[in-house]
Write a protein that binds this ligand. Structure first.
Ligand code: TRP
Length: 381
């Protein structure tokens, strides 16, 4: 038995991120690759939360040279979105601002229906709420498309059918484990359609998929399909991230389905504070006297990790907090207060951009245009 499992449908055990790269055959991100991104690189990059990738150079060089590039990063609408879910989207937004990249955001409502014990009505409700959060990120509508598998089935289904023919059941079993139903057997063809969509709309160009490392199997499948030259596309590249730690610490990923609470994008300041204070695993000592004497361990402190991953932009502040915590001058409660404030500030800004009212209206500027649909959709009638 392997001591940890990572697939799009199961993350179990203490994840060894370096060994995972050997298993998956992806490459650790190098300093040289990092230097090709806009300066200063986004904290998720410069702090190596995005720690690995595939064909990163091709994308970064094209983006730096002002050539066309695209980003695809999606969402499986199985529940409300929490902090960990939104990070790749803010990263994509940063890249879009810095480089003009087009961004595609697919929502795989079909995938979550196949994978979870939820009705289609429930999934639809999550999809609608998730779309509000995705719109709140503030992408440029002229260069961003939000696609929902069942709502944009006129485009997605013919493409998925095309790619499904390239993917054998044996490949699916070897890549994901044996699927529980034929829906999930087929779904890799759908996600392949997502990942190739930018090039099918605008022609061959470098595409980057910034996602948590558990999604890499989908990237591998799409790259194998793209390698068949008949589709006129290049293999999409990827930037693979570690998981934002769960509040209780540990190596798994933050999850909305477990007992343990996670911080939701709709939480107010008081709820954020309460969750951080109560549930965030501390790297501090048993009591204040011992903490002042021996100091704490930022490496296992979840409040610190959240600041380091994303919520404190300033490197000098991050370093100071780590130092003071290790020295024992900064107490667990103080560190938690600070983290809760930063997270609540982020969520205030996010929530102020979150559209209320009609989802259809909010998403309209981001939907595929008639011309784009025409280009993508083979028509029988
Ligand atoms: N499969 C992803 C998940 O379960 C969601 C998703 C769909 C996605 N299409 C994508 C992620 C394309 C990245 C790129 O969360």
């Amino acid at each position: 038995m392997p001591d940890f499992t990572v697939t799009p449908y199961a993350v179990e055990g203490e994840v060894d991120y370096d060994r995972l790269l050997d298993r998956f055959g992806a490459d650790a991100l190098t300093d040289e690759q990092l230097s090709k991104f806009p300066r200063p690189p986004h904290p998720l990059l410069r702090r190596r939360v995005f720690y690995a990738g595939r064909d990163v150079d091709r994308f970064a060089e094209a983006a730096a040279a002002g050539r066309p590039t695209s980003i695809v990063t999606g969402r499986g609408p199985s529940g409300p979105m929490h902090l960990g879910h939104i990070l790749p989207f803010y990263f994509a937004k940063w890249l879009q601002e810095e480089t003009g990249a087009h961004v595609y955001v697919p929502l795989s409502d079909d995938e979550k229906y196949f994978a979870k014990d939820l009705t289609f009505d429930e999934i639809r409700e999550h999809t609608r709420e998730n779309v509000r959060d995705l719109v709140a990120v503030g992408f440029d509508p002229a260069r961003t498309r939000i696609v929902v598998d069942t709502a944009d089935a006129d485009v997605i289904y013919p493409l998925a059918a095309t790619f499904a023919k390239e993917i054998t059941q044996a490949t699916v079993n070897a890549t994901y484990g044996e699927p529980p139903n034929v829906g999930l057997s087929f779904y890799p063809a759908v996600q392949t359609a997502h990942l190739l969509l930018p090039q099918l709309v605008r022609g061959r160009h470098p595409t980057l998929v910034p996602i948590a490392v558990d999604q890499d199997p989908h990237v591998r499948v799409s790259r194998d399909v793209a390698a068949k030259r008949r589709y006129g596309v290049d293999k999409p590249g990827a930037l693979l991230s570690k998981f934002l730690p769960r509040l209780s610490g540990g190596g798994g990923k933050m999850s909305t389905s477990d007992e343990e609470p996670s911080i939701l994008l709709t939480d107010d300041r008081e709820t954020v504070r309460e969750k951080v204070m109560r549930y965030a695993r501390s790297g501090g000592r048993a009591d204040v006297a011992e903490h002042r004497e021996k100091g704490g361990d930022p490496a296992v402190d979840v409040a610190y990790q959240l600041l380091f991953y994303f919520f404190e932009d300033d490197d000098a502040t991050v370093e100071r907090l780590a130092r003071e915590y290790r020295e024992g001058t900064l107490l667990t409660g103080e560190l938690k207060e600070y983290a809760a404030e930063r997270i609540a500030d982020f969520l205030d800004a996010h929530q102020s951009r979150r559209p209320e009212g009609s989802v259809a209206e909010a998403v309209a500027p981001y939907r595929l245009t008639a011309a784009e649909r025409e280009r993508l959709r083979p028509r029988a009638l």
